[in-house]
Design a protein around this ligand. Structure first.
Ligand code: ZN
Length: 306
């Protein structure tokens, strides 16, 4: 069964997903400005009479918007439909790679072609088993290639939920990914200390942990311990997707610490629909299992906790 699907999937490699696509609008200064403001990118190359578009905007000029594009070839939809019918009904975007060959400038009219570059063999992932599909879009101005955009998705069969007793390890909280850049943070957490990096050259605090200072570039740093006071700067309520270690809906808070840096964490001790922007919170360390302790935040005023 899977072999038969694999053969059918492979036949889509090299087939077009979009042919002779035409950018909905020419490259334009207003879109560049909106992008730069959203990204906080003040690079002077993107303004003024000699402006170029930020290279990472490449995909923007090919997007179809709500009404879609003419020129879409049916092969890609067919491929997704084939996987849906075989039970691989879920999709997640995994990564994107871009290559820039020629700068785009206001007034350039973009055309593009998209090809289904590869369909992987069936892979087993934490989300479920499925197939990685890579498409490659060549973006052109006239005859010149401005860049290529590779986009990869995983089309997978969602795992069935099973009672926690049967697969306890699967149902534990995901482990933090530690590396040499953030090891100091996690060793602090083990000792119930929330450590913030401080640049040794300019004293700027930074979080999450990074190898260099975003203000002055210095690689030298020490740490300060957070007092534990903070407030909810923003939050979202997660409803989907369900994940075994979590029980939606739940609130994920962006907590602004008294020291000025922000940390993403859980807001505990309060119903998800009672979390509010500006709510004062206090750090605590919560043990989730025999290996994992995480910093979480609890409303600081008792009256709000529910
Ligand atoms: Zn610095």
């Amino acid at each position: 069964m899977d072999d038969e699907i694999a053969v059918r999937l492979k036949a889509y490699e090299g087939r077009p997903a979009a042919v002779a696509g035409l950018g909905k609008d020419p490259v334009d200064a207003a879109m560049i400005r909106h992008w730069c403001e959203a990204m906080g990118d003040e690079n002077p190359a993107y303004t003024g009479p000699a402006a170029v578009a930020p290279p990472t905007m490449l995909q923007v000029w090919t997007m179809g918007g709500l009404s879609g594009h003419a020129g879409r070839a049916p092969a890609y939809e067919e491929l997704l439909g084939l996987l849906d019918d075989a039970g691989y009904t879920a999709v997640v975007a995994t990564d994107c790679e871009q290559e820039y060959l020629r700068p785009l400038r206001p007034g350039d009219e973009v055309t593009f072609d998209t090809v289904i570059e590869s369909v992987s063999a069936r892979k087993t992932t934490r989300l479920g088993s499925g197939y990685f599909i890579t498409t490659r879009t060549d973006v052109r101005v006239g005859m010149e290639t401005a860049g290529t955009h590779r986009f990869r998705i995983l089309k997978y069969a969602p795992q069935k939920h099973t009672p926690a007793q049967q697969e306890p390890r699967e149902h534990r909280r995901p482990r933090p990914v530690t590396n040499r850049d953030n090891a100091g943070f996690w060793s602090g957490v083990e000792r119930n200390r929330l450590l913030i990096q401080r640049c040794a050259a300019c004293d700027t605090l930074r979080f999450p942990w990074l190898p260099g200072c975003g203000s002055c570039g210095s690689p030298d740093w020490d740490t300060v311990e957070a007092s534990g006071a903070g407030s909810v700067y923003s939050y979202v309520v997660m409803h989907h997707p369900p994940f075994p270690a979590f029980d939606p809906p739940y609130a994920v808070g962006l907590i602004e610490l008294a020291e000025g840096v922000r940390i993403v964490s859980n807001v505990v001790g309060v119903p998800y629909d009672k979390v509010r922007i500006g709510m004062p919170v206090r750090l605590e360390f919560r043990r989730y299992d025999d290996e994992l302790v995480l910093p979480v935040f609890r409303p600081a005023c008792e009256g709000v906790a529910g």
